[in-house]
Design a binder for this molecule. Structure first.
Ligand code: PMT
Length: 406
């Protein structure tokens, strides 16, 4: 989940384990990562650029001095593009060149030119791994905060047994995921939300028709719960006003359960005046049934009509409070997203609105992923498609940034 839309620059250097990088690229892409491969001369002796181009879906770069490649995506652009540079396999020679700060080929140059974290998956003969120069180089790299994944122990291609095997592609993918998850959580922890109270509405509402039927929608609550979780991890006291969902309450959050829009409205109006931030992520029914009957409606005529009346607009009423919290709405749209979202921002007098296109199958209602465009009166920000947990961290950061400049 945490690799969705992450840009991973994979450096492939000379070692028998290079043959596993085709699988590694496939697995990273399966997780939603964008992968570009840079190969050293040694790497190309073990696997062809054509194979890695085919599996990554991107041209493979291998030369620092190739005018055509530099004109397409040069070494500085590649260095800036990466969210993570992963060298797998990282040969003993590569470790020595990295430790020495060399810039004698494309990969080494990118490692110097990038601001992205560098992870290495060493792979070599066990004696070479234990050799003092290699261990000195590793100590230097660790001191520079290079992330080291492996090597593993076991039987080696040369027949030796011991440490020096590159970790398996799935292990590396797992470690990359953990890395991005940890980074997102650390970023959230660094937000200055201590002493703030956030109220987050989440999930659908249910508008009763009779004792057994209701009008509702497909909201799962995942987006709202992820926001609550991210705000709580960042130190805020969080209360979720939750419609009926099938989710556990995130750690350190309070939760009040409601069914209907009117109940959610009553809870929100009770909690919002003392809150610092109000996030309206719930998919609230705009209308409710005028006359809810006490007994189950019996089947009779071929058609039936149910009269609906407008529900109170919860987020607009919160924004109308004299001592209001920083008020963030959501806009769930299927067309003209920007136009409708900006309309709601102004009409409901919100501080911020997070717009999502709920017509797309890959995001929105009841999906694990989402993408948002956040608008406020003077600006906007794209939060690209990723899983809702990572997206929530970005949204909470965006709100916190805005709060600090308010
Ligand atoms: O729950 P998930 O499955 O994770 O899906 C997430 C989501 C798609 C539900 C979420 O990202 C989202 O878009 N939530 C808002 C859904 C919605 O009702 O949008 P809207 O454009 O109809 O409403 C605009 C805003 O007014 C929203 O902040 C809504 O909470 C609020 N509203 C609407 C009606 C009403 N009576 N009271 C309100 O407060």
């Amino acid at each position: 989940m945490f690799l969705q839309n992450k840009n991973i620059l994979l450096g492939v250097t000379g070692g028998i384990a290079a043959y596993k990088t085709a699988e590694l690229v496939r697995r990273l892409k399966e997780q939603g990562a964008n992968v570009r491969v840079v190969m050293t001369k040694g790497g190309k002796a073990f696997i062809t650029p054509l194979t890695l181009q085919a599996v990554s879906g991107n041209p493979v770069a291998d030369s620092l001095l190739d005018p055509a490649a530099e004109a397409a995506m040069g070494h500085i652009e590649l260095a800036k593009w990466a969210d993570l540079v992963l060298i797998a396999p990282a040969s003993a020679n590569t470790l020595a060149r990295l430790a020495g700060g060399f810039a004698d080929d494309l990969l080494a140059t990118i490692c110097l030119a990038t601001a992205a974290p560098l992870a290495i998956a060493p792979a070599m003969n066990q004696q070479m791994w234990h050799a003092l120069p290699t261990q000195d180089n590793m100590a230097t790299l660790r001191k520079r905060n290079v992330i080291v994944w492996g090597p593993g122990a076991g039987e080696q291609a040369c027949g030796d047994v011991g440490y020096g095997r590159m970790l398996e592609p799935l292990q590396l993918v797992g470690l990359a995921k953990e890395y991005f998850q940890q980074t997102a959580e650390n970023e959230a922890k660094n937000l200055p939300l201590d002493n703030q109270h956030w109220v987050v509405t989440a999930g659908p509402t249910r508008e009763a028709i009779d004792p057994v039927r209701y009008i509702s929608n497909h909201s799962s609550g995942k987006m709202g719960y992820a926001i609550a979780d991210a705000a709580a991890k960042a130190g805020a006291k969080v209360t979720i006003i939750s419609g009926p969902v099938n989710l556990p309450t995130p750690n350190h959050c309070d939760r009040v359960n409601v069914q209907s829009a009117q109940q959610m409205h009553a809870m929100a109006m009770g909690l919002a005046p003392k809150a610092d931030v109000f996030v309206a992520c719930a998919a609230v029914a705009d209308y409710r049934v005028r006359d809810v009957v006490d007994q189950k409606i019996k089947k009779s005529a071929d058609t039936m009509q149910i009269e609906l009346v407008k529900n109170p607009d919860i987020v607009a009423d919160v924004a109308a409070l004299t001592d209001r919290p920083f008020t963030v709405g959501f806009a769930a749209e299927t067309q003209d997203v920007e136009h409708y979202a900006k309309g709601k921002l102004a009409r409901k007098n919100l501080d911020m609105i997070a717009a999502n296109n709920v017509a797309l199958q890959t995001q929105g209602f009841n999906s694990d992923d989402n993408a948002l465009t956040v608008y406020w009166p003077e600006g906007s920000k794209e939060l690209p498609l990723t899983n809702k947990k990572a997206l929530a961290v970005d949204l909470v950061k965006t709100i916190a940034d805005k709060l600090m400049t308010k």
